[in-house]
Design a protein. Structure first.
Length: 140
């Protein structure tokens, strides 16, 4: 039976998922990519190397994040968080977000360990999606 999730159920699902898909508009086209993240208050925190996703979000900061929990074809829950992309530039806040991601995802290879062509580390983009609206649905 298809049903809407309450705001609390949607937040709980978004807070418990380990991987989500971030959606944005890149060159006028929808673009979706998986991210590791954590939820705190009304923000989704993540990090990335520079690339299409970051360029797209800088051009148009409107974004959505989708997370789900699938048990069977007819037993699943899904949530969409709509919001605005913001880069985190404060060094202390950047460090805090990176550390929290690495604690939450200890097997995650940190993007900051990758080497650029010149042998130095590439710039790491630390960001949040400030949630403005949530919507969740389930088939139970």
């Amino acid at each position: 039976m298809y049903e809407r999730l309450s705001d609390d159920e949607s937040r709980t699902l978004l807070g418990s998922a380990r991987i989500a898909r971030l959606g944005c508009i890149a060159d006028g086209e929808p673009y979706i990519t998986p991210i590791n993240y954590y939820l705190e208050n009304d923000c989704i925190y993540s990090h990335s190397l520079p690339g299409l996703k970051i360029e797209a979000l800088r051009d148009n900061p409107r974004a959505c994040v989708q997370a789900d929990e699938i048990e069977t074809d007819v037993q699943w829950r899904s949530v969409l968080a709509f919001g605005v992309y913001e880069e985190i530039l404060n060094p202390n806040e950047r460090k805090e977000v990176i550390n929290r991601l690495l604690v939450q995802f200890p097997m995650l290879t940190p993007v900051e360990s990758a080497l650029a062509a010149d042998g130095g580390p590439p710039p790491v983009i630390v960001f949040r999606i400030r949630i403005e609206r949530l919507t969740g649905v389930a088939e139970r």
